[in-house]
Design a binder for this molecule. Structure first.
Ligand code: SF4
Length: 331
């Protein structure tokens, strides 16, 4: 069994360990798991139960992550498993993210097998996604290092809820990320997700500082995080990091414990208008309208990438630059 990184003995007499991977800092007694359900104290060692074990393996369009400015139209081999260190009331993937560990439903894939699968499937990289991949830190790190050796890219799709030190020791292996910033209000994180905002923002800032490709998703939920002020604060923060960072507003549908009605299209359009005052690339996800998912050249307004569902056509780009005015679109 793989031993976890980032833990310490908390109380030797009581057989308790402290996990230092994420801001929960769980104190875990013998035979118990942490708040993410997948890091377990077994004989006074912390074991990441999902190391090498997966519920979901799929070759996905990169647009599904969503990443719109990174290898547009290409497919990426994607891995997900059980567990999450958030407990969002609206989770779309709750069947895996909130499940207890159950070995009988998991497929075994080592890091080197994952890399071989990616090569066989002609994937340009590996995506760590579906549930929260950072709690499966050890497999992610081992696989990302292995993937790099074979020229594959590593794509992280995450809630960003991890402590600074572990993230600083993995960020160099990440090539691109979509981080879910669920709200710009700490009380939303506390009440609706079970977490805190500040560590999420720090993770995004670390990625940007390391010049990684970053896109941000914000699911808008009526009455909970969709005020003009909340949206404007998020947009101000993103624009301070970089006006080229793509921002994806996503339409909420009732799921798991949340029964509020779906986000009205007018809310998403309002958010997009606010964001376009400061950002160059703003998208609306979980809607059918193609116009909200096109990439326009911010300089000459030419359509450079057309998207229809997960069908993507790169129509106006040459080597990442707008064919018409030569403005740089892909970074
Ligand atoms: S990674 Fe899991 S066990 Fe570790 S502190 Fe976070 S929730 Fe707790």
């Amino acid at each position: 069994m793989k031993e976890a990184l980032y833990y310490e003995v908390y109380n030797k007499e009581k057989g308790q360990l402290k996990c230092n991977l994420c801001p929960w800092y769980c104190i875990i007694s013998e035979g118990k798991v942490g708040n993410c359900h997948i890091r377990k104290n077994i004989d006074n060692k912390l074991i990441p139960l999902t190391y090498d074990k997966f519920t979901s393996i799929s070759l996905d369009p990169i647009e599904k992550k969503p990443l719109y400015h990174y290898y547009p139209g290409k497919e990426i081999l994607s891995f997900g498993t059980l567990g999450c260190n958030f407990h969002c009331q609206f989770c779309q993937n709750y069947e895996i993210s909130q499940a207890d560990f159950d070995e009988s439903i998991l497929k075994y894939v080592t890091s080197s097998e994952a890399v071989a699968m990616a090569k066989q499937n002609k994937s340009f990289g590996i995506a760590y996604t579906y549930n929260e991949p950072l709690i499966n830190y050890e497999w992610l790190k081992d696989t990302a290092i292995e993937a790099r050796k074979y020229g594959l890219k590593n794509v992280l799709v995450s809630n960003g809820y991890i402590n600074e030190e572990p993230f600083s020791n993995i960020v160099e292996y990440i090539d691109a990320a979509n981080i879910d910033v669920k709200s710009f209000r700490d009380d939303f994180y506390k009440k609706i997700c079970g977490g805190k905002l500040a560590p999420v923002l720090r993770t995004v800032e670390m990625l940007v500082k390391k010049k990684k490709h970053v896109e941000i998703t914000n699911l808008l939920i009526p009455g909970l995080n969709d005020s003009d002020e909340n949206i404007a604060d998020l947009v101000d923060w993103v624009s301070a990091l970089g006006i080229e960072i793509p921002l994806h507003f996503s339409r909420y549908f009732p799921c798991y414990k949340l029964t509020i009605n779906p986000t009205p299209p007018s809310t998403l359009e309002r958010a997009r208008k606010i964001a376009l005052k400061k950002l160059r690339h703003v998208y609306i996800g979980n809607v059918v309208e193609a116009e909200y998912n096109r990439t326009y050249c911010p300089q000459c307004n030419q359509i450079v990438i057309e998207r229809n569902g997960y069908s993507t056509s790169v129509v106006g780009l040459k080597s990442g630059f707008c064919k018409k005015c030569n403005h740089k679109i892909l970074y």
